[in-house]
Design a protein around this ligand. Structure first.
Ligand code: AMP
Ligand code: ZN
Length: 125
């Protein structure tokens, strides 16, 4: 059934507590934890506990939950002091959903990367 835990999914194992993670925020539906290989001073993954392979599948099946992931990411950003508060490097953040292996997705359980604490280039590369 859509959204059910998958035995071979790393993030379902984190949700279940079978794989350890540094959790920074948790609600009934969502968990946020630090990325094990951070690409910025703040790099947190915000995920729905329900299993969907990517952000589009999540949004199609449970649009409110997809929106809640974004709200949660904003709240984590505020807690981490990376919410926009001026101009220049280190203020503001990126939320990234890699979708498909060609775009760098390696874990096929929908997750938002919340990145901040440094400057960013555009285009992102
Ligand atoms: P993606 O490449 O967009 O699918 O993102 C997967 C992310 O999960 C990568 O940034 C990895 O560094 C991160 N990751 C992999 N294993 C773990 C883990 N056990 N705990 C925390 N983050 C992880
Ligand atoms: Zn999963």
């Amino acid at each position: 059934m859509a959204g059910e835990p998958q035995a071979d999914c790393l993030f379902c194992k984190i949700v279940a507590g079978d794989v350890p993670a540094t959790v920074v925020r948790e609600s009934q539906e969502i968990i946020a934890f630090r990325d094990i290989n951070p690409q910025a001073p703040t790099h947190i993954l915000v995920i729905p506990k329900a299993h969907y392979p990517d952000a589009a599948a999540l949004a199609a099946a449970e649009p409110q939950l997809a929106a809640d992931v974004l709200v949660e990411a904003g709240e984590v950003a505020a807690e981490e002091n990376i919410a926009p508060s001026g101009s220049g490097p280190g203020t503001g953040y990126r939320i990234v959903f890699n979708t498909g292996s060609g775009a760098g997705q390696t874990v096929f359980h929908a997750h938002a990367h919340l990145l901040g604490g440094r400057g960013f280039n555009w285009p992102p590369g």
